[in-house]
Design a protein around this ligand. Sequence first.
Ligand code: G3H
Ligand code: 13P
Ligand code: ZN
Length: 361
Amino acid sequence: MARITLRQLLDHAAERQYGVPAFNINNMEQVLAIMAAAREVDAPVILQASRGARSYANDIMLAAMVDAAERIYPEIPICLHLDHGNEEATCATALQHGFTSVMMDGSLEADGKTAADYDYNLAITRRVVDMAHWVGASVEGELGVLGSLEHGGGEQEDGHGVEGALDQAQLLTDPDQAVDFVNRTKVDALAIAMGTSHGAYKFSRRPDGAILAMNIVREIHARLPDTHLVMHGSSSVPQELQEIFNEFGGAMPQTWGVPVEEIQAGIRHGVRKVNIDTDCRLAMAAQFRKVAQQNRSEFDPRKFLKPAMDAMKALCRERYEAFGTAGNASRIKVLPLAEMARRYRNGSLDPQIGASVQAAQ
Ligand code: G3H
Ligand code: 13P
Ligand code: ZN
């Protein structure tokens, strides 16, 4: 099956009221785990690669792995998406390597550490939208800066994100500004800031509305009902995975992620893409620890990687089922990039939702 764009996939998800997990990939085992789970439940897939993944695995290797996934799983539509692009060139080179969607994260400057001002974000995102739409690819923008409402700090755990303190206005996307941003940039999807952050240490207690601002999702959706919303930092950091990790020699202090029920509430209010990396890392790493501790003479990497893949596959399957993604792969008829480009040019992809749905069903 042809590679699908984010825009077409999320149009379909909006029409049928489901969400799509976007899982980060860095290696073959992660790709196989995500795809095997998708096949089991007939779910369309978003594979996303960060700049870190691109330098770890090499663009050519990433593209080849996704080509292989398409051949092994021809019935599953796959969107290949750039996670947190930091400047135009990063987005352009992703498109050259077969990505059908890019995120231009203009909430931060190109260094990935400094909060950008609104005009910078608007201008750079608009330029990337122009470039991507010429070739039919999609663009996700971000408005608001990811960080913690608990301590008011930016997030540096993953080596990117703001250093130091942020004010409340930066940590929560402003709904009025979101309307202006979407209208002027013409992004296909909008990532919002609402108290989630990357990595395992999101919340020091089970989150309530004071630290996970789901009201922001509802407010933005009320004003932008035709815009696909994206939740970053949406790993749930399941207790049982923390326990396996710690039982076998890990030292992860008790932490809380984003509860699946909150994500489901978000999906009822316009959230269509849900970014998950940490849960997959934790599912795999917990198995590495288990094998290493239970069989101290083991040195065949496959003996570590196979249970790790199985654990990640189980996690992906649970998310496909919980978000309503399951059962939708076979309902989508993928539009080629050239057709998406034609529709952007003739304006038929405005307003956002619905324009590519008819052909997708
Ligand atoms: O954006 C955050 C993702 O978890 C990617 O992380 O930059 O370490 O690949 P990474
Ligand atoms: P997590 O760290 O919560 O998995 O978030 C991943 C993410 O948002 C990637 O862009
Ligand atoms: Zn992110």
